[in-house]
Design a protein around this ligand. Structure first.
Ligand code: ZN
Length: 189
């Protein structure tokens, strides 16, 4: 995972704010983990309609908790040809801010391999965090900052019931960052 290049000056303050917000409140109850379990069993049974229903329930519960307008979800069998161009890292899902539609797909484009549950849930949380960026934080755009990835990870680990990892970042050229996975994994081991 790599962060976006910092934007031009007018958006830089919002970008830096997104970078700084590294945590997210999470529900005290188990509603999100329960929907996540429903997604997992529906995926195992390869019941797309049930996957869709469970994803919709997950997003609806999350939207209620964060007190933001609801978003719609489309669960697709495989990756569409057209994906939001400037978010080129989106391998398994995307989000359209104007229509508030999240799309997630169950198969990768090229080899038609089925997406693993962990990747699928992580994508759903990632796309929901784009929704939050617009609706909760009212950013003009939703950048992949270090803070964005941290917030998405908080939501994912809560939903999955796994311990939160503190991400370790390594600087790259052009003001970008990448996750140093060996160090991140060593720290949380
Ligand atoms: Zn994204």
């Amino acid at each position: 995972m790599v962060t976006d290049t910092p934007p031009r000056k007018s958006d830089l303050d919002a970008f830096r704010e997104s970078d700084r917000i590294t945590t997210l409140d999470i529900p005290k109850n188990a509603v999100l983990p329960e929907f996540a379990k429903a997604i997992e069993s529906a995926m195992k049974a390869q019941q797309t309609q049930k996957v869709r229903t469970a994803c919709a329930g997950f997003l609806s519960a999350a939207s209620q908790f964060y007190d933001v307008p609801e978003c719609t979800v489309r669960v697709l069998a495989s990756r569409p040809l057209r994906v939001r161009e400037h978010w080129t890292t989106e391998l398994f899902g995307d989000y359209a801010p104007d229509t508030k539609v999240i799309r997630v797909w169950m198969r990768t484009a090229v080899r038609k391999e089925i997406t693993s549950f962990g990747t699928f849930l992580s994508t759903l949380c990632h796309e929901f965090c784009h929704h939050l960026d617009f609706q909760e934080f009212a950013f003009a755009d939703s950048w992949h900052t270090r803070g964005f990835y941290e917030r998405a990870a908080v939501l994912y680990h809560h939903a999955r019931g796994t311990p939160q990892k503190r991400l370790v970042w390594a600087a790259m050229a052009g003001g970008r960052w990448r996750i140093d996975w060996p160090k991140t994994n060593r720290r949380s081991a």
